[in-house]
Write a protein that binds this ligand. Structure first.
Ligand code: BYC
Length: 471
């Protein structure tokens, strides 16, 4: 079904046939647009940006590219096509038909999951608000805006579910989405990582690599949901999410490439002299963004997660491909613990360890990206390896939150932590240095000195294409 962009709210959910819902969403829309103006990408309202807009949800149909005047971007509601006779694939309702309405007994849990998911979307736009001013190229500026408009659309996706399935409470929650703000001391965003600033582009690339990847895994787990509209929404969101992680992975890779190029050219590790970001600094940024993203998976042992699973609301990553009974009532899973100052593996009921399992799937996926960056380093003949720090490092949620650990996973005391923190995480000087490199590069085909150009342009366009037109 192709999407009608003449409608006030483009959609493929037959919104026109549900006047009440349509009116409720049209009432929410001006508040959203105000929020975008006040909290979305700064000074973007005069720009025409080469954006991908979904025109249908069928394969290929969501990839339609053209220059769009930023404030005229049309955020719509798009669900992946329904799957005939879809069943619930896990938990106590396994084998029953998927729900087309919210079961009354699971209303509170579903609302909470949807609100938590929805809250992250506008949060990330707020975090990235000022990056446009210091873009390393027009290509990157365009990618930033693409990510931003899609996060805005993901908010619409969750707000649609709240309005369509949760009545008055849902409408109130939708209002709250625009009332909380990233880093606001009085009304912060719900999850920790979404209150951290994204002040410059190195942080942006790390965020889209590590934190958007949490999005991939959480959305994949929600795509397994017994609530069919939630599953269909998340399936379509995942197609968009892939681009965000591409931006992160290739962004960091291009920085690495430029760094090792300068290291070779000048036969030195100290590339700061040449205006690039040295590998030890990149390692510190990895340590930070990876560890705060690990926290987003919740505690290792979680009754919330066990309940969501048993109720059929949130599954595991690629649930149907896992070879077990999908109820997990008898199974065990390994979880880490700190015992007598050492990290040990303990067995826990698999049901309560659902968060840990999803985190482990995430870790594996992160490692694949880090391996690619290391390949770029090796190809330049440089002897250095970027590493994911140990999962105990710099954690605020779960078993490790009560202790300090080194990136290698050694439990350390407060004094040790304090004297090493600046070596393990970006120090004030590191941040100031990275900040000092940022400055807008807006000539088509030109790139900032600290980052290599990408291998190719967007959708077959050349690198010197005018991806953003300033009016
Ligand atoms: N920060 O039982 P536990 C994305 C709370 S990213 C603050 O382990 P649970 C995106 C927790 O709420 C994906 N609080 O929790 C990326 C609970 O509170 P109560 C977002 C935290 O429920 C980039 C308590 O601690 N989607 O899409 O099993 C750009 C006990 O914890 C945190 C989702 O997260 C934290 N990090 O797991 C744009 C999916 N962690 O009950 C977008 C929906 C835990 O004591 N959310 N707490 O009041 C969920 O599935 C779950 O809420 C969580 C937490 C996995 C996050």
């Amino acid at each position: 079904m192709s999407i009608d962009y003449q409608e006030t709210i483009p959609n493929n959910v037959n919104l026109g046939e549900d006047r009440r819902l349509q009116r409720a969403l049209e009432k929410w829309q001006p508040g959203y647009l105000d929020w975008w103006r006040d909290s979305g990408p700064e000074q973007s309202s005069e720009m025409d940006v080469y954006l991908r807009t979904a025109i249908s949800v069928e394969a290929g149909g969501w990839a339609n590219y053209s220059h769009v005047r930023m404030p005229d971007y049309r955020w719509g509601i798009f669900l992946a096509p329904p799957e005939a006779d879809r069943k619930i694939n896990f938990g106590m309702h396994k084998g029953e038909p998927a729900w087309q309405e919210v079961p009354g007994e699971y209303r509170a849990e579903l609302r909470r999951l949807i609100v938590t998911q929805g809250d992250t979307e506008p949060a990330s736009v707020e975090q990235q608000r000022r990056l446009g001013k210091t873009c390393p190229s027009l290509y990157d500026l365009r990618n930033l805006f693409q990510v931003n408009v899609e996060e805005g659309r993901h908010l619409w996706a969750m707000v649609y579910l709240l309005h369509a399935y949760f009545g008055r409470d849902g409408r109130e929650e939708a209002e709250e989405m625009l009332a909380r703000h990233s880093g606001d001391p009085d009304k912060p965003r719900i999850l920790g990582a979404f209150n951290e600033p994204t002040p410059e582009w190195l942080s942006f690339f790390m965020f889209t690599f590590f934190t958007d990847r949490d999005g991939k895994f959480q959305l994949a787990a929600l795509a397994e949901s017994g609530l069919d509209p939630l599953s269909r929404t998340c399936r379509f969101m995942l197609t968009e999410e892939a681009h965000h992680m591409f931006v992160g992975e290739t962004g960091v890779d291009r920085i690495v490439k430029r760094t090792v190029e300068l290291m070779r050219e000048h036969k030195t590790d100290d590339v700061r002299k040449f205006g690039a970001i040295d590998l030890p600094t990149l390692q510190k940024y990895i340590n930070f963004h990876y560890s705060i993203s690990l926290d987003l998976f919740g505690q290792e042992i979680s009754t919330n997660a066990a309940n969501y699973f048993t109720m059929g609301l949130k599954g595991r990553y690629r649930e149907t491909e896992i070879d077990d009974d999908h109820t997990l009532t008898e199974d065990a899973y390994e979880v880490p613990e700190i015992r007598e100052g050492a990290i040990v593996a303990a067995q826990a009921p698999a049901l309560t360890a659902i968060n840990e399992r999803l985190r482990n799937d995430y870790v594996e996926d992160c490692q694949r990206g880090v391996d690619k960056w290391n390949r770029t380093i090796r190809q330049a003949g440089v002897d250095f390896e970027l590493k994911l720090p140990h999962h105990a490092f710099h954690r605020e949620i779960g078993a490790f939150s009560s202790a300090h650990a080194s990136p290698e996973g050694r439990i350390v005391d407060e004094g040790d932590w304090n004297s090493n923190e600046g070596l393990w995480l970006p120090s004030i000087e590191d941040k100031a240095y990275v900040d000092s490199l940022m400055g807008a590069v807006t000539e088509p085909g030109k790139f900032a000195n600290w980052i290599a150009p990408p291998g190719k342009g967007v959708y077959g366009q050349p690198l010197d294409f005018d991806y953003v037109r300033f009016n």
